[in-house]
Design a binder for this molecule. Structure first.
Ligand code: ADP
Length: 247
């Protein structure tokens, strides 16, 4: 699938939060990077269809989302920055609840939920209440709920906030596992979250898409402009990020 953003702008009163974003997304993993306030969540909300753009349109394989209406949501899987979990539900119940909301029939749910539990490595904990889940387990459950409708576009907003290094590695493995035949957008301000797994990096600053390229392209562009400092221990992409966003 190809998702095309045509001149997407968002304004609140006189404040421009997104300014004429043009973007063509193909299957693969995209890291949406930018400092807090850059407009990442706003852009994601527009892509998920939760928020209307002030201007511009989104095309899904050439068809406007305005024309697709509710059918557009069949293409979208979304894990918000702060997913709402019902602590009294078990992991299985949570997935079942979301599957009902997504319109899966009972028979489909019976097949799909065990598949998802296996995929996100929560099979052994599916009967446990969510209140005893660790941060990493909750996050994998969140990704699981986003995958229930087998979406063509999977969007994750700050997915690794609060995860320890081991859980971050598990997250990357999971994303790599589900990444074939999907557009995956990972919004984050943690460069290392996406550096090793993203096919392309989108840099957003003050509502403008200032860069769209592979990690290699962005690093090459910076040759001679940034230097690794021995004591800092940053990776090349982290230096690119600092170059654009240091205040
Ligand atoms: P990010 O996710 O990159 O941190 P956001 O998309 O949350 O950025 O916010 C981008 C900018 O838009 C911020 O300056 C924020 O204050 C502003 N903003 C977001 N939502 C609203 C709103 N409902 N009304 C006014 N300004 C908003």
């Amino acid at each position: 699938m190809v998702l095309k953003l045509n001149n997407i702008s968002k304004r609140y009163g006189k404040k421009t939060v997104l300014n004429q974003i043009c973007l063509e997304l193909h299957n693969g993993i995209y890291g949406l990077l930018g400092p807090n306030g850059a407009g990442k969540t706003t852009l994601i909300s527009i892509i998920t269809g939760m928020l209307n753009a002030t201007e511009g349109e989104i095309l899904c394989d050439g068809i406007s989302t305005k024309k697709l209406k509710k059918r557009y949501f069949d293409y979208i899987g979304y894990m918000p920055q702060y997913p709402g979990y019902y602590n009294n539900f078990t992991g299985y119940e949570m997935l079942d609840y979301y599957a009902v909301l997504k319109g899966l029939k009972k028979q489909e749910r019976k097949v799909k939920i065990p598949e998802i539990l296996e995929l996100v490595n929560l099979k052994d904990y599916s009967g446990e209440k969510i209140r005893v889940y660790s941060g990493g387990m909750k996050q994998r459950l969140g990704i699981g709920t986003a995958l229930l409708n087998d979406p063509a576009v999977l969007i994750l907003d700050e997915p690794t906030a609060g995860l320890d290094p081991k859980e971050r590695i598990r997250f990357r493995d999971l994303i790599s596992k589900v990444s074939s035949h999907k557009i995956i957008i990972i919004a984050t301000h943690i460069v290392s979250d996406v550096e090793s797994i993203a096919d392309r990096i989108l840099l957003l600053n003050h509502g403008e898409l200032i860069r769209n390229g592979t990690v290699e392209e962005l690093c090459e562009e910076m040759e001679g402009l940034v230097w690794p400092i021995e004591t800092a221990g940053q990776t090349k992409l982290e230096n690119v990020y600092l170059y654009h966003f240091r205040s």
